[in-house]
Write a protein that binds this ligand. Structure first.
Ligand SMILES: Cc1cc2nc3c(=O)[nH]c(=O)nc-3n(C[C@H](O)[C@H](O)[C@H](O)COP(=O)(O)O)c2cc1C
Length: 368
């Protein structure tokens, strides 16, 4: 099988990628604690996965301390965090790679212990996420957030803009806004988690307002052609899910399309929740196929791809590039393996979110 379609150059904003095998954003919980800043070990991990002209989307990074899910995920809101990320960026650039930083705020998926004031986490409404989170090995229900006040919304938008400035100071090539997988921006978009009655709730236009305002604020900082966005229409991760996704996402993607962004990054619903467990949701539509006609720019698809399905999707034109998550964890030289048709090393899920180099730095490249 030829995977040649994945090795054609691709223009993304002002950059030209040398291939279309993108590293998906992957939370690994290995930032330095306390401080939640990236470190030399993180730089080595990313450098192992960098390729000349290849795009890495660095893992979700909180724009505020209160937007973290727990200790160990990196932030991008303190000088120490900017310095930590600079180590990573410099290591990727030294290998000729490109790197965008994913900006997140987890909203109601955070908890009181992460909040500077010790109060509840924020959400679109005071509705707890369904399900449980793991605290010191035990499953505990999600805490009920407090609804973000209308007068606090400009501060949240500014936090994203400041994080965007900080990412620029760290030397990143661009940023990706995390508006997927049940986190704050998706909590505002979706009706089950947003029951507000102000300008940010109710109609689709109102629920989409925050994500569009955040995107516009980030585009002010970077220029829209260096800002990407990640969405998971039809996704069910972290207690998310819109009953009728097409009208909502048609509106959101239509509005984003007019902004001239670097790319739209869609997670295929069959892989929704892959961060927590092995999934292959059946009978779900292809997000990339459905929304391709509504998107004029670069489209990146992610979710359960293998070399053959990735190639087929790019050949068909439903996506321009394919992001790989789990196999990029266990195959630092994944693009080269795909190019030569080499087998993949299987990943070890128990070490996805542990600390230290095991399951992080020790996956060998082919020649090793
Ligand atoms: C360990 C792990 C961490 C993840 N962290 C993030 C993240 O920080 N941001 C994000 O948007 N998606 C995250 N995801 C989802 C992946 O980016 C990707 O969409 C998903 O794994 C499906 O792709 P795959 O089948 O190639 O692994 C994570 C997934 C895994 C397995």
């Amino acid at each position: 099988m030829s995977t040649q379609a994945l090795f054609e150059p691709l223009k993304v904003g002002p950059y030209t990628l040398s291939h279309r095998v993108v590293m998906a954003p992957l939370t690994r919980m290995r930032a330095t604690k306390p401080g939640n800043h990236a470190n030399a070990m993180n730089a080595e991990y990313y450098a192992q996965r960098a390729t000349r002209g290849g795009l890495i989307i660095a893992e979700a990074s909180q724009v505020l301390q209160g937007g973290a899910p727990g200790p160990g995920t990196p932030g991008i809101h303190t000088p120490e965090q900017v310095a930590g990320w600079k180590l990573v960026v410099d290591a990727i650039h030294a290998k000729g790679g490109l790197v965008f930083l994913q900006l997140w705020h987890v909203g109601r998926l955070s908890n009181a212990a992460q909040q500077p004031d010790g109060g509840p986490a924020i959400g679109a409404s005071a509705i707890a996420a369904p399900g449980t989170r793991v605290v010191r090995g035990e499953n505990v229900p999600y805490e009920t957030p407090r609804a973000l006040r209308l007068d606090e919304i400009p501060g949240i938008i500014e936090a994203y803009a400041q994080a965007a400035r900080n990412a620029k100071a760290a030397g990143f090539d661009g940023i990706e806004i995390h508006a997927a997988n049940g986190y704050l921006l998706e909590q505002f978009m979706q009706s089950r988690s947003n029951q507000r009655t102000d300008a940010y709730g109710g109609s689709i236009e109102n629920r989409a307002r925050l994500v569009l305002e955040v995107t516009a604020a980030c585009a002010q900082v970077w220029g829209s052609d260096r800002v990407g966005i990640r969405l998971s229409p039809f996704g069910v991760a972290n207690g998310s899910g819109e009953d009728d996704p097409m009208p909502l996402y048609s509106h959101v993607i239509g509005a984003l399309n007019r902004m001239g962004l670097a790319y739209l990054h869609l997670i295929e619903p069959r892989a929704s929740g892959a961060g927590q467990r092995e999934v292959d949701h059946q009978g779900v539509p292809s997000a990339a196929e459905l929304f391709r006609p509504a998107w004029n720019g670069v489209l990146i698809a992610a979710g359960n791809f293998k070399p053959d399905t990735a190639t087929a999707m790019v050949e068909k034109g439903d996506a321009d590039a394919i992001a790989f998550g789990r196999y990029f964890i266990s195959n630092p030289d994944l693009p080269e393996r795909i190019r030569v048709g080499a087998p993949f090393t299987p990943y070890n899920r128990p070490t996805f979110y542990t600390s230290g180099p095991e399951g992080y730095l020790d996956y060998p490249a082919m020649s090793a």
